[in-house]
Design a protein around this ligand. Structure first.
Ligand code: KG4
Ligand code: ZN
Length: 333
């Protein structure tokens, strides 16, 4: 059975719309919000206002790019959560109204599940596989048993990996979001120059708050001695911070893969855009003879194509949502 799905993603600060036809992405448009840079982080109220302004033009453009008329849409999908409640509300309300007007089914999608299903846009990992999902709000190791059957086997007890990048970047005086800038400066730096202790957390869970504090105290101590310490060592600081965050992530992923006996590993979420993480993740796969999957760059950070892909599998299973649905700021896998 052939179906065309329009999908909306608005969980944080990107307004995105995508069109998928029979598991093939026909369009994927993203309007990002530069306004937050001024404030050093996402301001929820500003984000939901910008979503309201962006949503119509983004959906219009996605349909134009896909070359479809609204009459051809067979279902409307949206991110139900997790995310910022005001941002989610814009996407949820829009999707409900659009589905009602077209008289087609609604499909709710869990944002974290969608990050994982982004792998199926142009790849086919075999089940079961382990996915390390690393974003601005989450850090999880997920055992993926089937398209819609997933189990979180490890997660962060405090900050997410993306926050560890962004908060360290802020301490270095870099603008938000700092993750991509750490990646950029680290390319010219020496990762062995500075050392920060790794947290000792049991089993497969993570913690980044102690790491963040140790970076803060270290920078305070060194800038007291030399006001220009950060400026003079920016590349080496970025490389060293990045190395520890990646060490923490990949050690746990390796431990999890051995524990569950899987031979395929995957990387998802915004932080998987990090070039050094991608390189070392592939190296980990090669070392252990595991297949290592990474989505294309544009499907790593928030996008509606991944929502559309998740909706495609839900459509096949007849998993639809009622018009009474509401967004969920917290939404377990
Ligand atoms: O998945 P995502 O787009 O949004 C959330 O759902 O959170 O992830 C955003 C996070 C931010 O913390 C951002 O700094 C981080 O992903 N990020 C990176 C890179 N690109 C994005 N972190 C490190 N290196 C990058 N190249
Ligand atoms: Zn995300």
């Amino acid at each position: 059975m052939s179906v065309t799905i329009l999908a909306i993603e608005s969980s944080c600060d990107d307004t995105s719309a995508a069109v998928v036809k029979d598991a093939k992405i026909l369009a994927n448009l993203i309007a990002d919000q530069q306004i937050h840079e001024l404030w050093g982080g996402v301001v929820p109220e500003l984000a939901s206002r910008a979503h309201q302004q962006n949503i119509l033009p983004v959906v219009d453009l996605a349909m134009q790019k896909a070359g479809i008329l609204k009459e051809e849409i067979g279902a409307v999908a949206f991110t139900r959560g997790p995310g910022l409640i005001g941002s989610l509300l814009v996407g949820v309300s829009f999707a409900k109204a659009f589905a009602l007007a077209l008289n087609v089914p609604l499909i709710e999608v869990n944002h974290m599940q969608a990050h994982i299903l982004a792998h199926f846009i142009d790849n086919k990992p075999s089940f079961p596989f382990l996915c390390l999902t690393v974003s601005g709000g989450h850090t999880q190791i997920v055992l993926v048993k089937d398209f819609l059957q997933m189990e979180v086997v490890g997660e962060t007890l405090d900050d997410a990996a993306g926050e560890a990048f962004d908060k360290s970047a802020k301490m270095l005086g870099l603008p938000y979001p700092g993750g991509p800038l750490i990646d950029k400066y680290a390319k010219e730096g020496n990762a062995e120059k500075f050392f920060f202790p790794e947290p000792q957390i049991a089993e497969l869970d993570f913690s980044f708050s102690g790491f963040k504090t140790s970076v803060m105290y270290f920078l305070q101590k060194e800038t007291k001695k030399n006001l220009k310490f950060i400026e003079e060592n920016l590349n080496d600081l970025c490389a060293s911070i990045q190395k520890i965050i990646i060490d923490i992530l990949l050690k746990k992923l390796e431990k999890a893969a051995k524990k569950y006996g899987v031979h395929e590993i995957a990387l998802a979420g915004g932080v998987s855009a990090n070039s050094e993480l991608r390189r070392r993740f592939e190296e980990l796969g090669t070392k252990n003879n595991w297949k290592a999957h990474i989505p294309k760059f544009e499907y790593c950070t928030d996008n509606a194509a991944m929502i559309a892909m998740a909706a495609h599998y839900k459509f096949l299973k007849g998993e639809f949502t009622s018009q009474n649905t509401e967004p969920l700021a917290r939404y377990q896998l």
